[in-house]
Design a protein around this ligand. Sequence first.
Ligand code: SAM
Length: 237
Amino acid sequence: MHDSIQLQYSADGLATAHNSEFLADRRFQDAYRFGMQVGALRRIELHIEWRAWIAIWAAEQALLVPGDFVECGVHTGILSGTVMHWTNFRAIAGRTFWLLDTFNGLPEDQLSESERKIGLQGYNTGYRAGDALADINAKFRGFPNVRIVPGAVPETLAKVEAERVAYLSIDMNMALPEIAAAEHFWPKLSPGGIILLDDYNWVPHINQKRAFDAFAAARGLRVLGLPTGQGIIVKPP
Ligand SMILES: C[S@@+](CC[C@H](N)C(=O)[O-])C[C@H]1O[C@@H](n2cnc3c(N)ncnc32)[C@H](O)[C@@H]1O
């Protein structure tokens, strides 16, 4: 069909010859740069542009329906920061962006046996304890409608005072707190609202895929697995 394939993007487990022109879009570049920046650290070693672009799409869809935005698993705020910059979230009236993380790495007692086998217990946030929370506070200081909720999911879920949710980004790298978050927010998710799963289609994270396949099937749905490694669930009307 095509004699020579010219890759437009090759990073983060994804190589594609398909249109990736957003990479040259100044608005995207500015949003992504904000997402990448935390404290003195600019995470230039990471290239997750396609994942960030998908998150932007999901956020824009979510803005069409009522509800707050939530991310469980924030770390340095790459996805949440990119989304907030792109949408100018600070200027959006009546919506809060809730950011949940231990800001101190994953709670090892929540790991299943198979997750231990892939070595997740060594998962390191790349921070000294304490810095991550200070840095994320500083990063989002200019956003009056951001609420940072430190601590372990599921215990912290009840602190999210959202009546409705439009955008739920889940990125905690293991099934137990992720499913707990999805179960907790599903009744609050507006029809048309989106759950964005960061690890769903990553081969080592098969445990999360199986868990979310069951979560979706119980609601008569199927997760859209993406070549970025992400997954998307849209709540039907
Ligand atoms: C891959 S990072 C998230 C990356 C982030 N979404 C971004 O865009 O930069 C995973 C995060 O999940 C957090 N985490 C893992 N298990 C958690 C739990 N049970 N409760 C709260 N945070 C958790 C870790 O502390 C870590 O910061």
